[in-house]
Ligand binder design. Structure first.
Ligand SMILES: *Cc1c(COP(=O)(O)O)cnc(C)c1O
Length: 375
């Protein structure tokens, strides 16, 4: 067989397989830290509050705590995970706009006093269960072109923001700010620009009405590159967003964001192995040791696509990658161009850190890839 010169990333994958076997999800601490640094460098006025749902692994959270990030938490479970990782409660925002009454009360006992809402009913619930709490109204903004659309389920009409902030004040709550989410993996800069302009009008109006607005929360949605030849979207978007922020908001306003995918996504590589092969209808099928019920669940829930790579060279052929469970939904990719693979060969994908192991199951008794933390 022809020997094939491995690239640096291929050699790294090969070493990890020798050390740990497969299936593994290798998460790099330095890559996590580098994304936090990159976020801050390009958006100097914006404090990152890592959205835990993207990847709640305790070691990921510890890196974020050490980097001084805050956290976007959506449940009591996430609040406990963040606190256990060492996050100070005053760096948490309870950013699920619809919360069980009992969770609102429990959040207060954990020291969390900042939460979002997007309905009148939620305000009543917060006033009753977290008296005096700081609240942030979430407005509906354009989610055009974003891979995960959120504006259907969340956000009030911007015209209702001021009346609801006034109501919050009357209920004894502290109307503290405005938030939005442009949709996940948002590659359309206009979504951010329009949302910032909508928020600026509300902030100005609220201040004219003497409401104690102190925070603008620009949500998540910052995009990453899934494929090697994807453009570097963040690079193109961050500077214009930063300029809009400077233009629209005076320095007294505290600005935070809730990046999930952007911080966690690029840091992880999913490393799998071929456990079986077959030829079906003249096509090469390779069965791998994790699939869409496991660490590739983002293909279903997150509409994610990944670039699958191997450690071999050679003439490529049309190939199908399938997962290890007995369900026909568990097909990872059709129409991949891959060299011929044998049982035991490695298949890997980079940029798998977000919405992957977070939603993995052990369906069919098959455990998802083991998480390995690397330098
Ligand atoms: C999921 C979510 C985020 C993170 O979104 P990304 O696209 O991963 O950055 C941020 N805020 C809220 C409220 C969310 O639901």
């Amino acid at each position: 067989m022809a020997t094939h010169r491995l690239t640096t990333s291929q050699r790294r994958v090969q070493n990890l397989v020798r050390r740990h076997g497969t299936p593994i999800m290798a998460i790099s601490r330095s890559a996590l830290k580098a994304q936090v640094d990159r976020f801050r460098r390009h958006l100097p006025r914006v404090a990152p509050y890592y959205a835990i749902k993207a990847n709640p692994h305790p070691e990921v959270l510890k890196v974020m705590v050490a980097a001084g990030a805050g956290f976007d938490v959506a449940s009591i479970g996430e609040i406990q995970t963040a606190l256990a990782a060492g996050a100070p409660p005053d760096r948490l925002i309870f950013a699920n706009t619809i919360k069980p009454a009992s969770s609102i009360a429990a959040a207060v006992t954990h020291g969390v006093d900042l939460m979002t809402f997007d309905s009148e009913q939620e305000l009543d619930k917060i006033a009753e269960n977290a008296p005096g709490c700081r609240v942030i109204v979430r407005i509906k903004v354009p989610n055009i072109g974003s891979i995960v659309e959120l504006s259907l389920k969340f956000g009030i009409d911007p015209a209702d923001a001021i009346p609801l902030l006034i109501k919050a004040h009357h209920l004894g709550l502290k109307p503290a700010g405005v938030s939005f989410h442009v949709g996940s993996q948002c590659t359309r800069i206009e979504n951010f620009v329009e949302a910032l302009e909508m928020a600026a009008i509300i902030v100005r109006d609220a201040r004219l009405k003497q409401l104690p607005i102190e925070i603008l929360d620009i949500g998540g949605g910052f995009p990453i590159q899934h494929f090697d030849d994807d453009p570097d979207w963040f690079e193109h978007m961050a500077d214009p967003i930063s300029r809009e922020i400077d233009r629209l908001f005076d320095p007294s306003l505290q600005i935070i964001a809730e990046p999930g995918r952007f911080l966690a996504g690029p840091a992880a590589t999913l490393i799998l192995r071929v456990i079986g092969r077959a030829i079906r209808e003249n096509k090469h099928w390779y069965y791998l040791d994790d699939g869409v019920y496991g660490s590739l669940s983002g293909q279903i829930f997150d509409h994610a696509k990944y670039e699958f790579k191997v450690l071999k060279g050679g003439r490529t052929q049309l190939s199908t990658l399938a997962g290890p469970t007995c369900d026909s939904l568990d097909i990872i990719a059709r129409g991949e161009q891959l060299p011929p693979l044998e049982v035991g060969d490695v298949v890997y994908a980079e940029n798998c850190g977000a919405y992957s192991s977070a939603s993995a199951t052990a369906f069919n008794g098959i455990q998802p890839a083991q998480v390995i933390m690397t330098a």
